[in-house]
Design a protein. Structure first.
Length: 107
């Protein structure tokens, strides 16, 4: 029984690095991450999938520039996900709301 438990623990530990990482970012009405922080920074590790979740009622998009570029459609609900494959600092904005800006640091 003890040998079986040890084998199970070793299997789970070996599989942990391969497990996908996801980081959620909230998109509210005219802000990323949280209200009251006009220029938030989110830090993730290379290989993490960042998932922007629409929670407000206004239309927004996600446009990233930096080591790689990405862009979501204009939406009022749902989500947009991007796997971060390149290290560096990204600037993320909403094209229709000039005050919506965040930094995404990928290490």
């Amino acid at each position: 029984m003890r040998l079986l438990l040890i084998a199970l623990v070793l299997t789970l530990v070996a599989a942990a690095p391969a497990a996908a990482r996801t980081r959620s970012v909230k998109i509210g009405d005219n802000y990323f991450v949280r209200l009251g922080n006009p220029k938030p920074t989110v830090k993730v590790r290379k290989g993490t999938t960042v998932r922007w979740n629409w929670t407000g009622s206004h239309s927004h998009n996600v446009v990233g520039s930096g080591p790689a570029s990405f862009q979501s459609a204009l939406k009022r609900s749902g989500h947009f996900a991007k796997k971060m494959k390149k290290r560096g600092t990204y600037t993320v904005i909403c094209q229709i709301h000039s005050g919506m800006k965040m930094k995404l640091k990928v290490t």
